[in-house]
Ligand binder design. Sequence first.
Ligand SMILES: [Zn+2]
Length: 282
Amino acid sequence: MAWFSREKSGVDKAGEGEKRMRTEGLWLKCDGCSQIIWKKSLDENFQMCPQCEYHFRLDARARLALLFDGGAYQELDAGLTSTDPLHFSDSKTYAARLSDMRKATSLSDALISGWGTLEGRHVNICAMELKFVGGSMGTVVGEKITRAVERSLDRRAPLIVVSASGGARMQEGAISLMQMAKISSALMRLDEASLPYISVLTDPTTGGVTASFAMLGDLNIAEPGALIGFAGPRVIEQTIRQKLPAGFQRSEFLLDHGFLDAVVKRSELKAYIAKALSFFCD
Ligand SMILES: [Zn+2]
């Protein structure tokens, strides 16, 4: 019987393993349409599914490379790190968690701040990194965005922040919540100076990030299908004792209900931002 033959010898198994290893990582299943797609075709298509345009998540470096001309930019404030103000500890110490994250991502915290040009115009772009403690906002994220705002003021350049975040960083407690006020007041100064701020919300943008700078743009635009919200759907359902509508907290739903200005495909994002900046600045 064919289905017993596999156990016959170790040679077949080793052969299979080898075959698996050689093809590993070349193909993946799309979360949108469940089709098997060639990874290379994703790389050539802005990490969007060629079949259904499902947007796979993009890390901060790839995001900046996509938006800055020629993928080139000057990284700023790269050395800022959290001082662990509460000496916090849960399943492991916050200090150990940060150290692990730094090794895993080669980043000092959950945001990269870049200076360069977008279709020829000088801009500050901050991109959040979801892989670093869930893209959470602590003192470093707060300080980096605030400094980017100040640079925008000094250089009279627009600011773009690309959010991808689980919200405030609980390991920094109330100090992380203070970043909401700090960034918001910095953005107000940008507004008073008539300099544009464009917020790009990507999957997922939640919690204190949604409740502050992600929704304070002169333009708030999102990628298709992104989860955007403050509290999670289960908490809301239990609080209001009602079933939530389909597509709740997704970009398209939020656009229909006036929370967003546009939903823009990743392949068109750079051109869209450039056009918006021309409208604001020229
Ligand atoms: Zn797909």
